[in-house]
Design a protein around this ligand. Sequence first.
Ligand code: HEC
Length: 243
Amino acid sequence: MKNISKISVIAFAALSLSSCSSDPDSPGYEYMPDMYRSSAIEPYVDYGHIREREHKEYKTKMSAKTPPFATIPYYGTDKKEVELMLPYHRKPNKSFKITHGLKGYEFSNEDEYALALSDDNPLVLTEENKEQIFEDGKKLFNSKCAHCHGKKGDGNGTMVESGAYAGVPDYANLKHLSDGQIFYSIYYGKGMMGAHASILTKKEIWTLVHQVRKFQDPNYGSLKPLEESLTTDTTTVDLDNKK
Ligand code: HEC
C-alpha cells in the first residue's frame, strides 16, 4: 500500500512538472493533436501534407476540384488572356430586363450599345493566331448561330427558311457596326436575338466577332504587312480591312 501511494505521488509530481513549459504559446503536452489543430487543407494550396504525412502525389496535382461544367474559368499568367476572362465592362440597358429577361445583372441607364462604338476587339489577329481563330470561329458559328444567320452569314438559316423565324439581317449590311457593338449584341442580345453571355466565354464571342467580319469581307485578316503594301502599291491602305 505504502509503495503504491509513493509511486503515485512520484508519478503525479513527474507529470505535473513535465506538463509545464516556459513558452507562453505552448499548448503543453498534446494527447490528441488532431483535435487541437485540424489539418488545413486549403483548396488552392498544394501542401502535400495531410495529418503530418507527406503525399508526394498531391504536391504535383491541383488540390482544387475541377470547376462545374459551363462555369467561366478565370486563371493563368498571361495578362491578355486573363483580361478576357474578367467580367464584361459594359452593362445592359435596363430595358434588357424586360426584352431579354436578363437576371442578376447590374443595369445601366445609359445607351451602352452606342458607347460600345469605340470598343476594339482585344483578341488581336496575328499571323500566328489567325488560322486558329478563324477555325474556332467557324465551329462556334456553325453550332450557335448558323441556324438563324445561315452558313454564309446572309441571314438565311434553317430557322428562317422553315418560316419559323424572321428578321435576321445579312452581315453584309452591317459593316457600319464596330467590333464592340457586334460583341455587345452577341453578349446581351438584340431585338429578336437572345443573349449568349451564359453559353459563350468572352474569348469565344470575340472570336465570333472576327468570324462576322470574315463573312463581311473574305479578305479580312489577310492584309499584307504594311511595309510590303506601301512599296508594292500606292492606293490607300485600309488598315482595319473593314471598309
Ligand atoms: C434565334 C436566332 C438567332 C441566333 C441563334 C443568333 N442570332 Fe444574331 N441576330 C438575330 C436577329 C433576329 C438579329 C437582328 C436583331 C435586331 O437588329 O433587332 C440578329 C442580329 C445579329 C447581329 C447584328 C447586331 C447589331 O448590333 O445590329 C450580329 C452581329 C449577330 N446577330 C451575330 C450573331 C452571332 C455571332 C450568333 C451566334 C452566337 C447569333 N447572332 C445568334 C437572330 C439570331
